[in-house]
Design a protein. Structure first.
Length: 419
C-alpha cells in the first residue's frame, strides 16, 4: 500500500455532483439495510422456516437474473443518472408497500416476496447504471479516490442500517419501513440534483449481439473473468449472513437488537478497511491481496460455525467484512479501468450478475443447505467451500494470483500524484 495524505484524498469531495451522489447512495443503502433486518425477522417470526429465509434472496435474484443484460444495454443507451433516479423511486414504492403489508396484519408472506421481486427488478437496472455513472462524475485522476470514498460511504450505511433497523423493530416492522420510506424519498431528491458528464452512448439497436457484448468482453479478459468469478463462487458458498436471523434466534438465543449488531459487524469491518484503502491504496501484490481477502472471508465463516459465542461471532463477522472489502475494491478497479465507456454499462451488468448471484443466490443456497443439513453444518460447509474455491482459483487463474500491479497502474499512480 502507498500513503496518500488525508487532505489530498478527501479533496475529491469538493466535487458537488459526487457529494450529492454519495449522499443519495448513503441514504438509499441505509434504508435498504434497515429493511433487510425487518424483512428477515418478520418472515421468520411468521413462518419459523429456514427455507423461507432463503427465498428472500431468491425473490430478489430471479428478476435480477432475467433483466440484468437488458439493464446493462439500457445503461449504455440512456442517461445513467436518470436510471438510478427512477430505480430509487421504485425502491421507495417497495418500502411503502411493506408498510401496507404490515398494517394489514397478514400472516402469509407471499406479498413480501412479491414486493422483493419488484425491488429485485429495480435493482437490476440500478446496479449497472450506478457502477458506471461514478466514472462519469469524476475525472480519471479522481477515480480511485472516488471508488474508495464510495465504498466507505456504502459500508458506513451498512453498519448503521442493521443497528437502526434492529432498534426500530422494537416498535414494530411498520416503523422500520416508514423510516426507510422517508430516507428513500430524500435520496430521490438528492439524486435529482446530481448532474453527470456526457457519456459515450452506444447507438446499436437491442439484439443478442449487443446484449452479450459485456459478457464477450469479460470472457476475453482472463484477469477480469478470474476476479469476478472468484467473488461469485466464494460468496455463493459463504453466504452465512442470510442465516443470521435464525443464528441469532436459535443458536445465540438473541433478539432483533442483537441481530442488528450481528448484521452490522461485516459492514463495520468493510468500512474501516475501505477507509484504510482511501489513505493507503493497494498498488503492489494485487493478486495476493485479493486471494488473501477471500480466504479471510471463508476462515471467518468457519469460525462463526465452530464457536457459538456472541462476541466471537461479532469478531468473525467483522473480519469477514474486511476480507470482502479487499476483494470488492480490487475487483471494481480492475473492471472499471479495463472497460471502454461505451460498453461500461453492459460490462457492469455482467459484474452485477456475478455480485447478485453471489449475494441473493448465495442466500438461497444457505437457506436450502440449512434446511437439509442443519443451521450450523450449513455455515461450516459454506466457509470450507469458500476456502476450496480460493485455492482452486489460484490454480485456474495464475496470472491473477501472481499479479503485482493493476494492468493500468499508471492511472493509479497519476491519481495518487494528483491527490
Amino acid at each position: 500500500m502507498s500513503l496518500i495524505s488525508p487532505s489530498g484524498r478527501l479533496g475529491v469531495l469538493r466535487n458537488r455532483n459526487l457529494a450529492f451522489y454519495l449522499s443519495a447512495r448513503f441514504l438509499g443503502t441505509l434504508a435498504v439495510q434497515m429493511q433487510s433486518v425487518a424483512i428477515g425477522w418478520q418472515v421468520y417470526q411468521i413462518t419459523h422456516s429456514l427455507f423461507d429465509l432463503g427465498l428472500i434472496g431468491l425473490a430478489q435474484f430471479a428478476p435480477f437474473l432475467v433483466l440484468i443484460l437488458w439493464a446493462g444495454h439500457v445503461a449504455d443507451t440512456h442517461n445513467r443518472r436518470t436510471i438510478v433516479l427512477w430505480c430509487l423511486g421504485t425502491q421507495l414504492l417497495c418500502s411503502l408497500l411493506l408498510v401496507l403489508f404490515t398494517l394489514s396484519g397478514s400472516t402469509v408472506v407471499w406479498p413480501v416476496y412479491a414486493v422483493l421481486v419488484l425491488y429485485g427488478s429495480a435493482r437490476a437496472f440500478m446496479m449497472p447504471a450506478q457502477q458506471a455513472v461514478l466514472r462519469n462524475l469524476v475525472s480519471t485522476q479522481e477515480f480511485s479516490q472516488a471508488v474508495a470514498l464510495s465504498s466507505s460511504n456504502m459500508q458506513v450505511a451498512i453498519i448503521l442500517g442493521p443497528v437502526l433497523g434492529g432498534l426500530l423493530y422494537v416498535f414494530g416492522p411498520n416503523v422500520v419501513y416508514a423510516v426507510s420510506s422517508t430516507l428513500l424519498a430524500v435520496s430521490v431528491l438528492l439524486m435529482k440534483g446530481t448532474e453527470s458528464a456526457p457519456q459515450a452512448r452506444t447507438r446499436a439497436p437491442v439484439s443478442w449481439h449487443t446484449l452479450l457484448e459485456g459478457l464477450r468482453f469479460v470472457w476475453s479478459r482472463p484477469i477480469v473473468l478470474g476476479a469476478i468469478s472468484l467473488d461469485l463462487f466464494a460468496v455463493l458458498f459463504g453466504g452465512a449472513t442470510a442465516l443470521l436471523p435464525a443464528y441469532a434466534h436459535d443458536v445465540l438465543a438473541a433478539g432483533p437488537t442483537s441481530l442488528g449488531l450481528l448484521r452490522t459487524a461485516p459492514g463495520a469491518g468493510a468500512a474501516l478497511c475501505s477507509i484504510a484503502l482511501a489513505f493507503w491504496p493497494i498498488t503492489r501484490r494485487v493478486g495476493a491481496w485479493m486471494f488473501g481477502g477471500v480466504a479471510l472471508f471463508g476462515a471467518a465463516t468457519v469460525t462463526m460455525g465452530l464457536v457459538h459465542s456472541f462476541g466471537v461471532a461479532l469478531v468473525a463477522l467483522f473480519l469477514l467484512g474486511v476480507g470482502d472489502m479487499i476483494s470488492v475494491y480490487i475487483r471494481h478497479l480492475l473492471v472499471q479501468y479495463e472497460t471502454p465507456d461505451e460498453i461500461r454499462g453492459r460490462v457492469s451488468a455482467v459484474n452485477s450478475v456475478f455480485i447478485g448471484a453471489s449475494n441473493e443466490l448465495g442466500e438461497f443456497e444457505s437457506g436450502l443447505t440449512a434446511s437439509w443439513f442443519g443451521l450450523v453444518r450449513a455455515i461450516l460447509f459454506g466457509g470450507a467451500a469458500t476456502l476450496v474455491v480460493t485455492g482452486t482459483w489460484m490454480k485456474l487463474f495464475p496470472v491473477l494470483s501472481r499479479m503485482d500491479r493493476f494492468p493500468h497502474h499508471e492511472a493509479e499512480v497519476a491519481a495518487q500524484k494528483a491527490g
